[in-house]
Design a protein around this ligand. Structure first.
Ligand code: ATP
Ligand code: MG
Length: 409
């Protein structure tokens, strides 16, 4: 195995063309992928790494590349038809990746290392550059200090002002037995755990800012999302082509969800007329009960919502208590302690913010007329019985449409 890996990298270096991987200029670069947190998991490590690799293969579907194990990291080599930047952009969205680097690869000898390092310094116009070197293979005649000295000497010669203190840029040289990698930037990955390693969840997704962010955090902790949206359109088709599917597409750039449920609200609306000030909490419980039913069907262990505490009048502890009294599986609220500004900033960096603020009539806002903030569980249960909530849930689910979301990739 080790032998095969070495010979492959050497073939790439030597300009051969094994299994169709060409050696044009682009292929002199590759991606080094680190998976920090997974190391903490001792004997489960293989399980996490296998899931991470599976997710990388899915994420890079359509790209030409090779994925290789390299002890505590993975190496991705682009093929002729793929571009390293496009692969790196996709890898930046894979949960479980703690960091990654776009590296130049060269032969593990002093001459090649110096030549390639200087090429990187020139190409990226690095000034006041600190040179770092790490040598994992100790069998060579030269050591890290020799590398740093030689590269610094050449860098000085071309006017790149190598520096140890007060540097403005850095270059990293990693020498292994079979190859040397050179890069100038360590990029932060999405972090978290590979999606799928914590099981599945049902995400109650509205068209607002919060729930897409909650879905992202659920994925970050390893949960596969199944999306459920309750809509007020006359037909499911209209809901399927609304901004909800665009939001799901954006979230699918992080992990391609298997299913999205679009459930009409009209059956609930017809029955809930008598709920008065409890109408908003009733619709919440209606949604949660739907989510619970779908979770059972999908083998999901939890429901995710975008609620935080006290953000709107209805998100109070007594209301949360009333909601939970009706549901038998965990309801997770990843944003419970977030301020609105923090959620908004997260939505911007995830990429869902602009879509979330586009106008959309959510069924919750239609019903929000001075909602009760201090729910009495007894009253709540009586109303639920009166409006035959369980029957409403079963009938609504029968009218739902189930679609396979497409990512925006
Ligand atoms: P969001 O920004 O996610 O819409 P919000 O601040 O508007 O949240 P609420 O209207 O109280 O707050 O909704 C709380 C949560 O209930 C949402 O985050 C979402 O998880 C769920 N939810 C609300 N409306 C819907 C809907 N139409 N379909 C599915 N889930 C919904
Ligand atoms: Mg909302």
């Amino acid at each position: 195995m080790q032998k095969m890996r070495i010979s492959r990298i050497m073939k790439i270096l030597g300009g051969c063309n094994p299994d169709g991987v060409s050696t044009n200029k682009q292929n002199e670069q590759l991606l080094i992928v680190h998976f920090g947190e997974l190391w903490l998991r001792g004997r489960n490590r293989n399980y996490y790494v296998a899931a991470l690799k599976r997710n990388i293969y899915n994420q890079l579907r359509g790209e030409e590349f090779r994925l290789q194990d390299d002890y505590d990291r993975l190496i991705i080599t682009p093929g002729k038809r793929s571009d390293i930047e496009s692969i790196a952009a996709k890898i930046s969205k894979v949960f479980g990746v703690s960091a990654y680097e776009i590296a130049h690869v060269t032969a593990p000898n002093l001459k090649s290392i110096v030549k390639s390092s200087i090429a990187v310094i020139k190409e990226e116009k690095l000034k006041n550059v600190k040179i770092n070197s790490h040598r994992s293979h100790k069998g060579f005649k030269f050591d890290s200090m020799d590398i740093i000295r030689e590269v610094a000497r050449e860098a000085e010669r071309i006017g790149a002002d190598p520096a140890v203190k007060g540097f403005r840029s850095q270059i990293y040289i990693s020498v292994k037995k079979d190859a040397a990698f050179i890069f100038s930037e360590k990029k932060k990955g999405a972090g978290g755990l590979p999606v799928g390693t914590s099981g599945r969840c049902v995400v109650l997704l509205s068209g607002g800012i919060d729930s897409p962010v909650a879905a992202w955090y659920a994925m970050k902790r390893g949960l596969v999302p199944i999306y459920v949206h309750i809509h007020g359109f006359p037909t499911n088709k209209e809901a399927e082509s609304s901004k909800i599917s665009t939001l799901i597409g954006m979230l699918s750039e992080y992990y391609n969800s298997e299913r999205a449920y679009y459930v009409p609200s009209h059956i609930f609306q017809m029955s809930a007329m008598k709920s008065g000030r409890y109408e908003l909490i009733m619709i919440k419980v209606f949604m949660l009960k739907l989510a619970e039913k779908i979770a059972k069907k999908e083998g999901a262990g939890a429901i995710i919502t975008g609620e935080s505490l006290g953000q709107v009048a209805s998100q109070t502890l007594p209301n949360i208590a009333a909601e939970e009294s009706a549901i038998g599986i965990p309801i997770l609220r990843p944003l419970i302690g977030f301020d609105k500004l923090e959620i908004t900033n997260a939505a911007k960096s995830i990429g869902t913010y602009e879509e979330s603020i586009k106008p959309y009539k959510d069924v919750c806002s239609i019903n929000a007329r001075s909602p009760v903030t201090n729910s009495d569980i007894k009253v709540f249960k009586r109303i639920a019985k009166e409006i035959r909530l369980d029957e409403v849930v079963t009938r609504s689910l029968k009218s739902a449409s189930i679609v396979q979301p497409e990512s925006q990739k």
